[in-house]
Design a protein around this ligand. Structure first.
Ligand code: ADP
Length: 161
């Protein structure tokens, strides 16, 4: 039987426990997960591509069926290249839905063979976003419970706090 491959695209600037919770759920549903840093939307990320790749790889080192890479074009083209059947997106509050649905419709229009699968995190991560973490870290807030230690360390280094 062919492997069910899924792509999890995002900025991951930086990866948080919210992303990792989505990853944990996805690997129970699919055979192979490709975390893909979508670089086309990069404006001025806090962490450059190599730093983000390193952090994600360190946080997912124990998973056999997870790989991490990046892609600069249309994510549905990447899915086709990799033979993936679906894209994973995480849903937080209702506020995510409008944008996520638009994106899913466009992606379906571009490649009807790739479905978008939405996963909800545990309630304790529902409020988490990378941007909130960056802001809190910059202001010296305690972010250690929201991100893995390797990410917390990089954030402390970045902001000197
Ligand atoms: P963000 O900067 O909003 O964290 P990303 O582009 O890195 O965004 O997110 C990639 C995907 O992961 C998106 O589908 C986003 O909704 C989802 N995601 C991010 N954080 C969470 C969370 N705490 N709970 C559920 N999904 C999340």
């Amino acid at each position: 039987m062919s492997q069910k491959i899924v792509i999890y695209p995002g900025s991951f600037d930086p990866i948080t426990h919210g992303h990792l919770d989505v990853i944990d759920r996805a690997i129970n549903l699919f055979d192979h997960l490709i975390i893909t840093i979508a670089t086309h939307r990069d404006k001025e990320p806090l962490f450059d591509l190599d730093e983000r790749l390193e952090m994600i790889r360190a946080c997912t080192a124990d998973y056999e069926n997870v790989e991490t890479t990046f892609y600069d074009g249309l994510i549905v083209d990447f899915a086709r290249e990799k033979g993936a059947c679906a894209l994973i997106r995480g849903l937080r509050f209702v506020s995510d839905i409008e944008f996520e649905f638009q994106l899913a419709w466009v992606n379906r229009h571009l490649n009807k063979d790739v479905n978008t699968v939405f996963l909800m995190t545990d309630a304790k991560y529902m409020h988490l976003s990378s941007s909130v973490i960056r802001e809190a870290a910059d202001l010296g807030g305690d972010i250690d419970i929201y991100v893995p230690p390797v990410v917390a360390e990089r954030l402390h280094e970045k902001f000197g706090k």
